[in-house]
Design a protein around this ligand. Structure first.
Ligand code: URA
Length: 237
């Protein structure tokens, strides 16, 4: 859901400021009802009429990207670094669903469908996200057990749904760990391991719900099918 004035401006009808004036002046109808409240939230499915003109409904698009390292998860960057939206060819105003760090690789969904983005990011919907982390030393068995029980991060428990050691290289002293979590706090995987005394040297998100990027090269992207989008909507609790 987006604010009405933002949706009117995004349609190209007028600027956000003018849209606000039109709403206050009683010139805007949503699904046949007069709306004069600026904070009103609407979705892309709502029928919006401004000054007697029906706004074209936004066509939603959904992309799955295998994000490379050194790419910013945002729609623009003040330092002119490459962003995830630079990698996708579309004329729609898409944005990433959640964030991956600059140095994290892997699966990120991009869309202009705010309703789906909210469903996927809402903690109560518990969408599982699987990460593969390379640690700066071997994961000790007691730390693995602690991790499985859950680790407090900033006073809130982060309890992975699954943890699996993929590799323990005792010669070079590092572990590769697969960790599945349902929450989406910023830097959560790095913070969980930091609590246990480990640094994450490399991090990749390999799956998001039922979606995975095993067949996609770094930087590749594809559109989601209607079936996949419907299945993502089913995460709504
Ligand atoms: N957790 C992290 O620490 N970084 C990410 O990019 C994603 C999850």
């Amino acid at each position: 859901m987006e604010r009405l004035q933002k949706v009117i401006a995004a349609s190209g009808y007028t600027s956000r400021r003018k849209a606000e004036e039109l709403i206050k002046a009683g010139k805007v109808y949503v699904n046949g009802e007069l709306v004069t409240e600026l904070g009103t939230k609407v979705s892309g499915n709502d029928d919006i009429v401004v000054n007697g003109v029906h706004l074209e409904k936004e066509e939603y698009v959904y992309f799955l990207l295998n994000k490379p390292r050194s790419v910013i998860c945002s729609v623009s960057d003040e330092h002119n670094r490459v962003t995830v939206t630079d990698l996708i060819s579309t004329n729609k105003r898409i944005y990433p669903v959640g964030r991956l760090d600059y140095d994290t690789t892997g699966l990120i969904i991009l869309t202009n469908d705010g309703e789906l983005a909210n469903i996927l990011m809402h903690p109560s919907n518990g969408v599982p996200k699987k990460y593969v982390a390379k640690l700066n030393k071997c994961l000790a068995i007691n730390d693995l057990k602690t991790l499985e029980k859950g680790v407090m991060v900033d006073g809130v428990l982060c309890k992975p749904t699954r943890v699996k050691i993929k590799k323990n290289d005792t010669d070079k002293d590092y572990s590769i760990v697969e960790i599945t979590i349902t929450e989406g706090r910023n830097h959560i995987v790095k913070r969980v391991f930091k609590e246990l005394g480990y640094l994450v040297d490399k991090l990749s998100r390999v799956s998001y719900g039922f979606l995975d990027i095993s067949k996609m090269k770094s930087g590749d992207y594809r559109e989601l099918s209607i079936k996949e989008v419907k299945k993502l909507y089913d995460y709504k609790y």
